[in-house]
Ligand binder design. Structure first.
Ligand code: SAM
Ligand code: CA
Length: 220
């Protein structure tokens, strides 16, 4: 049966990880440190981190943007895939969450590559645009508050160069986007951005059912 995406279960998932995941001890350490936290579920899955690292390698990215860093697992995965002069501009509002990641970034030798900007991400993105950074980023990852996804999408697209790649996280929202009985604000916001990206001819797209669903959008 190859005419649709496989339905995942624990057995297949375990096989997939056992036969594809390559995680450094420092990455496993950060996952374990995060697992004890109340909001641990916000972290991306390890196979998604590896997927994003591969994308970054594939496009030869040097300058990357992250909107929503939490304890820094996705930033670590991307930073590890960047060349020595590569950068992750990492946006988050929480000193508490991001401080968990810093020692792991240092241990991995990528602390210098991660430029953490603490504050509301919309302000950071507007500052970047005011500083003339439009069209200069190779890769961007959107994974912060869902209510602002539409705003993050427009700003990230402006910051990307032509041919740059945007990854939008949680686009399947545990299936809620496809469930007519779900109508909370976050679900509505994700549905709206999914609809917007689907119709947006400024990008080439694919919705990849990895993790909680990731839409890839390449700026034309
Ligand atoms: N990418 C992260 C990872 O791999 O672990 C997970 C990010 S988590 C889903 C979302 C993050 O967005 C949280 O750390 C939260 O503090 C941050 N956030 C929420 N609202 C924000 C805002 N307005 N500006 C910047 N960051 C925000
Ligand atoms: Ca996420």
């Amino acid at each position: 049966m190859a005419s649709r995406t496989i339905e995942m279960n624990d057995r297949i998932y375990d096989y997939m990880l056992a036969h594809s995941l390559r995680e450094l001890p420092v990455q496993t350490g950060l996952r374990e440190a995060t697992a004890t936290m109340e909001w641990a579920r916000m972290q991306i899955a390890p196979e998604q981190g590896q997927f994003m690292a591969l994308l970054v390698e594939l496009i030869g990215a040097r300058k990357t943007l992250e909107i929503g860093t939490f304890t820094g697992y996705s930033a670590l995965a991307v930073a590890l895939a960047l060349p020595a002069d590569g950068r992750v501009v990492a946006c988050d509002i929480s000193e508490e969450f991001t401080s968990v990641g810093r020692p792991f970034w240092a241990e991995a030798g990528v602390a210098d590559k991660i430029d953490l900007r603490l504050g509301p991400a919309l302000d950071t993105l507007d500052d970047l645009l005011k500083e003339g950074a439009a069209g200069t980023f190779d890769f961007a990852f959107i994974d912060a508050d869902k209510g602002n996804y539409g705003h993050y999408y427009e700003r990230a697209l402006a910051l990307l160069r032509t041919g740059g790649l945007l990854a939008v996280d949680n686009v399947l929202w545990s299936g809620a986007v496809a469930d007519p009985t779900e109508d909370d604000d976050d679900t509505q916001a994700i549905r709206a951005v999914n609809q917007e990206i689907h119709a947006d001819q400024r990008v080439s797209i694919s919705l990849v059912p990895i993790g909680d669903g990731v839409t890839l959008a390449r700026k034309r």
